[in-house]
Design a protein around this ligand. Structure first.
Ligand SMILES: [Zn+2]
Ligand SMILES: [Zn+2]
Length: 259
């Protein structure tokens, strides 16, 4: 059993065969999937999916790519969505200084505002960080003790990992850990405390080996689990169980909490 802590089941990429994707996930032993909104309409769709499918939970938030389109009503709408019982986090929120699809100032402002929203609602955060490591840390540092959450698809080095862990955050490892050149990520995944480790697909993106280049889906999180178990020299079922337990605690997902 495992939990995919970050997928985008609400995206169009899954409109044609969502039930088959969920069936393959169940068959692979996945007991819960957190589907993560990126725009307001996609957040609404994500919440709707939680009503249709028992293993699906949702996060609501506006992705840094999309924050340029936020208006005052967006925050009211997020507040309403976040009240749904299967909404387990605010996300994905953060900074993306690689694609720069929203201006930096706008990204910084709405990252801060959505962190405030998470604190107000007492929900964990799911943070997207691409090429913005120092800026992310500058914003999180003064909030120490006030927030909990995860840096998803972690891409920093060990120094950054250490600081995020000191700030109380979890780190989530995605498909890139299976890629040839990911030595830095593998080092972090090997050294970090198991209690703070989560696994994810970020489906439909970032398919792990041997599916690289194809559409990713939750069932493939097992490939990431397999590589992590090898790195940490432990049985894969234990790695799956422990990371699932971490996810249940962080997101308050019901279920068997024993490990
Ligand atoms: Zn992301
Ligand atoms: Zn994502």
């Amino acid at each position: 059993m495992a939990i995919d802590t970050h997928a985008h089941l609400e995206m169009e990429a899954f409109d044609g065969d969502r039930e088959a994707v969920l069936a393959r996930a169940a068959e692979a032993g996945i007991t819960a999937i957190v589907t993560v909104g990126t725009t307001l309409p996609d957040c609404e769709k994500a919440v709707a999916l939680t009503r249709l499918y028992k293993p699906v939970y949702a996060a609501v938030g506006i992705h840094p790519h999309e924050v340029k389109d936020i208006d005052a009503a967006t925050y009211d709408a997020l507040r309403v969505l976040a009240r749904h019982e299967k909404v387990v986090a605010i996300g994905e929120i953060g900074l993306d200084f690689f694609y720069n699809l929203s201006p930096h100032e706008v990204q910084l402002q709405h990252f801060r505002e959505q962190l405030d929203l998470a604190e107000e609602l007492d929900l964990p955060v799911i943070i997207h960080d691409r090429e913005a490591h120092p800026e992310i840390l500058d914003i999180l540092r003064p909030l120490k003790g006030r927030l909990r959450g995860v840096l998803h698809c972690f891409s920093g080095d060990w120094t950054m990992a250490r600081e995020c862990l000191d700030l109380g955050f979890h780190l989530s490892v995605a498909g890139p850990v299976t890629y040839k050149k990911a030595d830095q990520l593998r080092a972090v995944a090997r050294e970090m405390p198991l209690e703070r480790l989560l696994i994810e697909t970020d489906a439909p993106y970032l398919a792990p080996q041997p599916y690289r280049g194809k559409r990713n889906e939750p069932a493939y999180v097992m490939e990431t689990a397999r590589v992590l178990a090898e790195l940490r020299d432990m049985p894969v079922d234990e790695l799956e169980r422990r990371t699932a337990s971490n996810a249940r605690h962080l997101f308050g997902i019901d279920g068997d909490l024993t490990v």
